[in-house]
Design a protein around this ligand. Structure first.
Ligand code: FMN
Length: 328
């Protein structure tokens, strides 16, 4: 497939490639985003941040705005259901230096939808429109949104919301074509991405079930989407971004050697400890380092070894021993 990577721009934000990191709550913190960036990801996104939390200056929400110039361009995603609160939160996001404010129309978790936020907005298009207009008027940085297929199967809410969003001045739309009631079950219905792309002039970002560089290109080819957002498959596999870029240029996706794997893990350990401090980072590393060894020989033994990590040195030692685990 021939496509000029420079052709993908979200208003003023030019993307080097069409491959984007999805927001993943509890995962896409600064160290994770930096890692994706190092491996060629064109645009990183924070996890969803509560608009109420930002407006009330809650520590947990404000902490999620922390960023680094090297990860730019950065999208910060906010969620909420009250237009004025969302507008104020978007201003806070802009002042924090984000390049894009993204609005969550897709979260299907009970505690979020019962407040009218996330995917619940897809069944209340009047509020959705008010919210989009309010945020648009509040900031000058690009405004994007990320939605599901709709609330229940068989509807056309994605298309309706996408058209409203464009009319409200949205600069791009991401579509994860599963319904809210579907959660993560079944397959993403890529035909919905194609339908949205056919109706809009602004860039459409496809998302859902991209598990390989080949899937990413297939999504672009079959839906015509301008960019591809990758979530679960980027976890423990940041190399997917450079592999997608290579394949797009017609080159074979570069293999990931054990040396590269170890170096990436070491940098992640360093970054997690620098960002969170050793005491908070270590319990997280006990499970997170396991992300990186999926499918490699003796992954089970590595996962056992990392369970007792209680210092940065322990973590680096476990990573250092990966060769030995892989060779016997
Ligand atoms: C653990 C986890 C956390 C997520 N958190 C968010 C979030 O904060 N905001 C959001 O819009 N979507 C969130 N999502 C949805 C993903 O961004 C993405 O739409 C979904 O995983 C489908 O893409 P994939 O098949 O590439 O994983 C989350 C998904 C997972 C698995």
């Amino acid at each position: 497939m021939q496509r000029s990577p420079a052709s993908v721009s979200i208003k003023t934000v030019k993307l080097k490639t069409p491959f984007i990191l999805a927001p993943l709550a509890g995962i896409t913190n600064l160290p994770f985003r930096m890692m994706a960036k190092q491996w060629g990801c064109a645009l990183v996104c924070s996890e969803m941040v509560s608009a109420q939390g930002l407006v009330r200056k809650m520590r947990r929400s404000m902490d999620l705005l922390q960023s680094d110039p090297e990860e730019k361009p950065l999208a910060i995603q906010i969620f909420g259901a009250v237009p004025e609160v969302m507008a104020e939160a978007a201003r806070i996001v802009e002042d924090a230096g984000a390049d894009i404010v993204d609005i969550n129309f897709g979260c299907a978790v009970r505690k979020i939808v019962k407040t009218g936020a996330g995917a619940a907005l897809m069944k209340d298009l009047k509020t959705a429109e008010a919210l989009l207009r309010s945020v648009r008027a509040a900031v000058t940085i690009p405004m994007t949104l990320k939605m599901r297929a709709g609330w229940i199967p068989g509807g056309s809410q994605a298309l309706e919301l996408a058209v409203i969003a464009e009319a409200c001045g949205a600069d791009a739309v991401t579509v994860h074509p599963r319904t809210a009631t579907q959660g993560f079950k079944g397959n993403a219905d890529w035909s919905i991405i194609r339908a949205v792309k056919a109706r809009l002039s602004i860039p459409v970002i496809g998302n859902g079930d991209v598990f390989s560089p080949r899937d990413a290109l297939r999504m672009m080819e079959t839906t015509g989407c301008d960019a591809v957002m990758i979530g679960r498959k980027a976890v423990g596999n940041p190399w997917i971004f450079s592999q997608c870029a290579a394949l797009l240029e017609g080159k074979p996706p570069p293999a990931v050697s054990m040396e590269i794997r170890k170096e990436t893990m070491e940098r992640y350990v360093d970054a997690m400890v620098a960002f969170l401090g050793e005491r908070r980072a270590c319990p997280m590393l006990r499970s997170r380092l396991g992300w990186f060894v999926k499918g490699i020989p003796h992954a089970g033994r590595f996962k056992e070894a990392i369970k007792s990590i209680s210092s940065k040195a322990d973590a680096l030692e476990a990573v250092g021993a990966l060769n030995a685990l892989g060779s016997d």
